[in-house]
Write a protein that binds this ligand. Structure first.
Ligand code: MN
Length: 740
C-alpha cells in the first residue's frame, strides 16, 4: 500500500465535516448500507488524496457533495450514494474497475463503469462531441437508471460551482447541460433539479436577463407574500372545516428561468405575469382517499373563488407521461388577478418533485406503470441504429415544455402523445405497420388527412391501405420519435433499393468514359459533392438529382480525363482551423479591434445579433466566424456538438459604423396617422434607417412589424423606449428572426 500523504489539519477537518453532513442525510439506512457508504468514502478519500479542484479545495469534497445531492435531494438507495462517492475514481485515479469489483460487488462496478464511459464536453479527450456519447447516456438510462441519477447529481454540483471556470468552459458546460441533462432530468421527473439546472444555465449564458428577473423577484417579494397570505386565509379557514386529512397550504415562487420564458415567449412584461407563484395545497391522505380528498379541496376553492374552466388540469385521473400527478385550477382572486392553485397529496408531491427516485418508494402506483412503459420504449428505440439516439434526444427536448395529448383508440384505449402529434403519429403509436400503411384517420366520423393535428381527447380510427408506404415528407408532420425512427428506417431501405439502380447507371457511364471504378474514386466524389456516403451518391444519380453530364465535366478536362486526385476536396474540419493564415485559439477576440480586424465574420441569420448582445463566435468552414447570440435557439446544439469551433467574442466598446438588421413587433390601438408617428420617431428623430414596415389592423387593434438597421443594442433599446411612450402603443419587442 502507498503511504497516505498527510493533509493539513484544517483540510482534514473540512473533509470530516462534509462527510458527517452527508451521513446526517442517511439516517434511515441499515447497518449494512452504512458500512457500504463508509467503505466507499474511505476508498474515494484514499484514491483522491492528492487531488485538488480548480477552486483549490481537496477533490474529495466534490464526490461528497455529489453523494449528498443523491442522498438528500434525490433520495435514492445506499448503492447510488456509494457510487456517487466513487464516481470519479476510475477516471481520475489509479483505482481500477477490477479492484472495485473485488472491494465491493458487480453492481457497483457496473454503475461506475457506466459513469466512466459517459464524458462531458469538457472532460472529453478528443475534439468532437460524439453522437456515440449521447447514445451511451441513453443506453445507461435503459440499463441501470442509477448511472444517470449519479451523473445528473454530478452535473448539478459542477453547475453550482461553475464560477471557478473560465467563461468559455462555463458556456460549454451550460450548453451541454441544456442540450442533454435538462431534457433527461425532465423526462425522469426530477423537477426540482431540472429547475435549478435551468436557472444555473441561464445565470451563465444570459447574465443580464437573469439578474434582471432575480432582482425584480426580490423587490416584489414583500407585496407578493402579503397577496399570498390574503389569498390563502379564507381558503385555509374553509379547508380546515371540510374534514380533510392533514394538509398544508402555501405559496411557491416559480423559478427564474420559467418566468423569463414567459416574458420572452408571451411578450409580456414581468409586471404582468400572473403566475410568478402558485398556491399549493398538500394533503396527507391515505392511498384510498387521495382522489376524493383532492376533489374535495377543489370544491372548497370553487366556493370561494371563481375558476377558469379552460385551465382545469386533471393529472390525477390521467397522469402525465413522466408520472406527474396533480390537480390544477386557475381562479380569480379578489384583487382581480388570476392565481394558479395546485392540489396534490404528499405522495404525488414527492413524485412531482423527485420523479423516478420517488417511484422506488411507491411501487405499483399508476405513475410507476407509465414510467416503466416509457423506459421500455426507450430500450425499443435504442435497438435501432445510431441516428435514433439523436432522434430520441430531440424528442425529449421537443417535449420539454409542451403539453401532452390524450388520444383514444376506437376501443377506448388511451395513448399519451406530445402536443402537435398528427394522425400519423397516432397510427405509429398503436403499431408500426399501422403507421406505415396509414392513409388517413376518422375523428367523429370526419375523414381527415394523415397530417391532421390531433386535439386533446380525440378518438381516432386509423385507415390503412396495403399500397401505402412512407415518403420523405412524412418527416415534416410527425413529432414522435417512434414514428420518425420507423419512417427513417423504411426510407433508408427504400433508398438502398433505388441506389442500386443508380449504381448500375453510374458504372455504365464510367465504363463509357473509360474510367476505372474503385472505392477511392467513389470516396473522392462523395467528398467533393459533400454527400453522406456512396449510397447517397448512387441514390441521387438514380433520381437524376446528380446529372451524369456534370459528373463528366468534373472528370473530363478537354478531351483528356483528369486524374481524379486533382478534384478539389472539401476542407476538413479539424481542431484548429486556420482562417486567413491565423490560428484561432481560445483567446478572446475583440471583434472590431486589434488582430480581429482581418477576420472574416458574419452575423448569423438564425438569431441576428446586434452589437451589445451577449454573443459567441462559431468558426465555419468557408465563411470565417459566424456570430450567434448566446440565447440563439441553435446555441446549445452548436456548442455541445462542436465546442472546438466556438470562440469567445466580445464586442468592442467603441462601436464602428457597422449597422445591424433587427426586427421589432409592435402592437396597440389602431389610430389615424400611426404610421406617420412611427416613422417620424424612427427616421426623423433617431435617424435610424428603416428597411421595411408593415402594419395590420383588425377590429381596432393593430400589429406592426418593423425592420431597422441599428448601431447596437443601446440604440435598439432607445428606439423601443421611444416607441413604447407613444400614445396607444401597448408593447414593442425586439424579436430575433429576420427574414432575409
Ligand atoms: Mn464528478
Amino acid at each position: 500500500m502507498y503511504p497516505t500523504q498527510k493533509k493539513p489539519e484544517n483540510e482534514n477537518l473540512v473533509i470530516k465535516n462534509a462527510y458527517d453532513d452527508l451521513l446526517s442525510h442517511c439516517k434511515n439506512f441499515s447497518e449494512t448500507d452504512l458500512a457500504l457508504i463508509n467503505k466507499a468514502f474511505e476508498k474515494a478519500e484514499y484514491y483522491h488524496r492528492n487531488d485538488y479542484r480548480k477552486s483549490g479545495e481537496p477533490y474529495i469534497l466534490h464526490p461528497i457533495a455529489v453523494a449528498k445531492i443523491v442522498a438528500k435531494e434525490i433520495g435514492v438507495d445506499a448503492v447510488s450514494i456509494a457510487c456517487a462517492l466513487l464516481h470519479d475514481t476510475v477516471e481520475d485515479t489509479n483505482y481500477t474497475l477490477e479492484e472495485i469489483e473485488q472491494d465491493f460487488n458487480f453492481a457497483i462496478k457496473h454503475i461506475i463503469d457506466g459513469l466512466t464511459k459517459i464524458k462531458g464536453v469538457y472532460e472529453k479527450k478528443d475534439s468532437t462531441y460524439k453522437v456515440e456519447n449521447i447514445r451511451k447516456i441513453l443506453i445507461a438510462l435503459g440499463d441501470d437508471i442509477r448511472v444517470i441519477i449519479v451523473k445528473i447529481a454530478d452535473r448539478l454540483h459542477n453547475m453550482r460551482t461553475l464560477d471557478s471556470m473560465v467563461e468559455k468552459k462555463q458556456l460549454e458546460i451550460s450548453s451541454e447541460t441544456m442540450y442533454l441533462y435538462i431534457p433527461i432530468a425532465h423526462r425522469l421527473g426530477l423537477y426540482r433539479i431540472k429547475s435549478e439546472l435551468e436557472d444555473l444555465c441561464m445565470k451563465f449564458t444570459q447574465r443580464e436577463e437573469y439578474k434582471e428577473v432575480a432582482s425584480k423577484l426580490a423587490s416584489t417579494k414583500v407585496s407578493r407574500e402579503k397577496f399570498i397570505a390574503d389569498f390563502i386565509a379564507p381558503l385555509d379557514e374553509k379547508l380546515s372545516k371540510a374534514g380533510l386529512s392533514k394538509y398544508k397550504i402555501f405559496g411557491r415562487p416559480k423559478h427564474i428561468y420559467s418566468i423569463w420564458n414567459k416574458i420572452k415567449n408571451k411578450h409580456v412584461p414581468f409586471e404582468e405575469i400572473y403566475d410568478l407563484f402558485a398556491i399549493r395545497i398538500l394533503i396527507d391522505a391515505p392511498p384510498e382517499k387521495e382522489k376524493e380528498e383532492c376533489w374535495k379541496a377543489y370544491s372548497v376553492i370553487t366556493d370561494i373563488y371563481n375558476t377558469n374552466p379552460d385551465r382545469l388540469r386533471d393529472w390525477i385521473s390521467n397522469p402525465k407521461g413522466n408520472g406527474y400527478e396533480s390537480l390544477h385550477t386557475t381562479v380569480m382572486s379578489k384583487e382581480g388577478k388570476w392565481v394558479e392553485v395546485q392540489i396534490r397529496t404528499v405522495r404525488m408531491d414527492e413524485i412531482a418533485e423527485r420523479g423516478v427516485a420517488a417511484h422506488w418508494k411507491y411501487k405499483g402506483s399508476k405513475a410507476e406503470g407509465k414510467f416503466d412503459s416509457w423506459l421500455e420504449s426507450v430500450r425499443e428505440i435504442l435497438k435501432n441504429p445510431q441516428q435514433s439516439a439523436m432522434e430520441l434526444l430531440k424528442d425529449f427536448r421537443y417535449n420539454l415544455y409542451e403539453e401532452e395529448l390524450h388520444i383514444f383508440t376506437p376501443k377506448g384505449e388511451l395513448k399519451i402523445l406530445p402536443k402537435n402529434s398528427t394522425v400519423l403519429d397516432f397510427a405509429f403509436a398503436i403499431h408500426s405497420n399501422l403507421g406505415s400503411n396509414c392513409i388517413g384517420g376518422k375523428i367523429n366520423s370526419r375523414l381527415l388527412p394523415i397530417s391532421h393535428k390531433l386535439n386533446n381527447y380525440d378518438q381516432v380510427e386509423i385507415l390503412t391501405s396495403k399500397k401505402q408506404k412512407p415518403s420523405e415528407d412524412w418527416l415534416n408532420f410527425t413529432v414522435t420519435s417512434k414514428a420518425r425512427t420507423k419512417i427513417r428506417t423504411e426510407l433508408k431501405s427504400e433508398r438502398k433499393k433505388v441506389a442500386e439502380d443508380g449504381k448500375e447507371i453510374f458504372e455504365r457511364k464510367m465504363k463509357s468514359m473509360k474510367v476505372t471504378i474503385n472505392q477511392k474514386l467513389v470516396d473522392e466524389l462523395v467528398n467533393y459533392l459533400k454527400l453522406v456516403d456512396a449510397t447517397d451518391l448512387f441514390y441521387r444519380i438514380a433520381i437524376k438529382q446528380i446529372d451524369l453530364n456534370d459528373l463528366k465535366a468534373l472528370l473530363v478536362n478537354g478531351d483528356k480525363i483528369t486524374p481524379i486526385k486533382e478534384l478539389k476536396k472539401t476542407e476538413p474540419i479539424g481542431d484548429s482551423l486556420h482562417i486567413e493564415g491565423k490560428k484561432i485559439n481560445d483567446a478572446d477576440l475583440n471583434i472590431f479591434e486589434g488582430f480581429a480586424n482581418d477576420i472574416d465574420y458574419s452575423v448569423s441569420k438564425c438569431c441576428h445579433p446586434v452589437a451589445g448582445d451577449d454573443v459567441f463566435g462559431f468558426i465555419t468552414i468557408s465563411k470565417g466566424i459566424n456570430i450567434h447570440r448566446k440565447d440563439c435557439p441553435n446555441a446549445p446544439d452548436l456548442i455541445t456538438r462542436y465546442s472546438y469551433r466556438v470562440v469567445n467574442i466580445k464586442w468592442a466598446k467603441s462601436s464602428k459604423d457597422v449597422l445591424y438588421l433587427t426586427r421589432l413587433t409592435i402592437n396597440g390601438i389602431d389610430d389615424m396617422g400611426l404610421v406617420n408617428k412611427l416613422t417620424s420617431i424612427i427616421s426623423s428623430e433617431l435617424k435610424i434607417n428603416m428597411r421595411a414596415i408593415s402594419l395590420n389592423a383588425k377590429d381596432g387593434i393593430f400589429e406592426g412589424d418593423i425592420q431597422v438597421y441599428v448601431k447596437d443594442t443601446k440604440q435598439a433599446n432607445l428606439l423601443i423606449k421611444k416607441l413604447t411612450e407613444l400614445d396607444g402603443i401597448y408593447s414593442v419587442k425586439r424579436i430575433s428572426n429576420v427574414d432575409v
